[in-house]
Design a binder for this molecule. Structure first.
Ligand code: NAD
Ligand code: UDP
Length: 311
């Protein structure tokens, strides 16, 4: 699994290990943290390789799956790392597909709701082609993920690789870096430190937030299902950023004031998954509502922030 030391990758690693699998995690720690997986270091079923997957990959031994989750994912991360983001989703996807092919392994790609760009269709079904600005600041992420999907489908059609592609909608939970700039981590960290809660734009833009355990359940459910085309995984409950800020304030009991800052360029106005495919195919739907998921995430932030080391 590439990106194993990241937010989602570390949760998926935990789940695969607890299901009895052997996991070879690969990560260059560019946006991840070794601490996220350090607790597996004594586990004989876990191995970690520090490697940049945009460079050639060489693995000794057999693999059943190649699971490609490596990529900066937070807007501020991929805005700071535009070339690295383009490379990991293009060269990194090519390398990992080649690895899967050479090992006769199945292949799993983490794609994103960002392939829909600033969507004009609501909710977004997998059949929607999207509304992406290829040369805007977010283009480095959106277009490279679209390329990743295209090359994955090409390996499926040309080389008969057994592939899975998921389009992940905003996912949150414990291990989101405090400073990764995503809205959930920003608001919780700001609320717990008494800093102003920063709403970008008017705060009427929406997102649909899925708790990480729901996503991991969806991933594990899709693995044995031979469906090679993209599947949306997200929570179909939509919230404005104002509603999110109010909920975070209520759950943290914070006195932070809310401030309004400029909306980033090309920030999608609405994002809402159509999950009928995942429901029908996997008998899956999210179980954790935003209030319950935020409570768990806030509890984790409180615990981490009370530790003496500077995170
Ligand atoms: P993250 O930044 O926490 O994790 C990504 C991991 O990939 C990090 O550990 C990073 O160090 C590693 N990485 C990046 N480039 C690499 C490279 N060249 N070689 C090796 N390792 C590299 O992000 P995340 O939220 O856990 O996202 C994981 C995947 O899910 C990404 O592919 C992302 O695009 C996708 N995704 C996430 C979300 C979300 O809401 N979190 C939404 C849509 C898609
Ligand atoms: N956002 C915000 N305040 C913040 C961080 C983000 O209002 O401190 C907004 C951002 O403009 C976007 C939404 O929250 O409309 C979600 O942003 P995020 O960075 O989490 O991810 P995105 O869904 O845009 O990829």
């Amino acid at each position: 699994m590439t990106g194993a030391a990241g937010f989602i990758g570390s949760h998926l690693t935990e789940r695969l290990l607890s299901d009895g699998h052997y996991v070879l995690g690969m990560d260059n720690l560019i946006t991840g943290k070794y601490e996220n997986i350090a607790h597996h270091s004594g586990n004989p079923k876990f191995e970690f390789i520090h490697h940049n997957v945009s460079n050639h990959l060489h693995i000794i031994g057999d693999l059943d799956w190649v699971i490609h989750f490596a990529s900066p994912a937070s807007p501020i991360d991929y805005l700071h790392l535009p070339i690295e983001t383009l490379k990991v989703n293009s060269l990194g996807t090519h390398n990992t597909l080649g690895l899967a092919r050479s090992k006769n392994a199945k292949y799993f790609l983490a794609s994103t709701s960002e392939v829909y760009g600033d969507p004009l269709v609501h909710p977004q079904p997998e059949t929607y082609w999207g509304n992406v600005n290829p040369i805007g600041p977010r283009g480095v992420y959106d277009e490279s993920k679209r390329f990743a999907e295209a090359i994955t489908m090409a390996y499926h059609h040309k080389h008969k690789l057994d592939t899975r592609i998921i389009r992940i909608f905003n996912c949150y939970g414990p291990r989101l870096r405090f400073n990764d700039g995503r809205v959930v981590s920003n608001f919780i960290h700001q609320a717990l430190t008494g800093k102003p809660i920063t709403i970008y734009g008017e705060g009427s833009q929406t997102r649909s937030f899925q708790y990480v355990s729901d996503l991991v359940d969806g991933i594990v459910a899709l693995m044995p299902v031979k469906h090679n085309e993209p599947v949306n995984l997200g929570n179909p409950k939509e919230f404005t950023m104002i509603e999110l800020a109010e909920l975070v304030k209520e759950l943290t009991g914070s006195q932070s004031k809310v401030v309004y800052e400029p909306l980033p360029v090309d920030d999608p106005k609405r994002r809402l998954p159509d999950i009928s495919k995942a429901k029908a195919l996997l008998n899956w739907s999210p179980k954790v509502d935003l209030r319950a998921g935020l409570e768990k995430t806030i509890a984790w932030y409180r615990q981490e922030m009370s530790e003496p080391v500077l995170k």
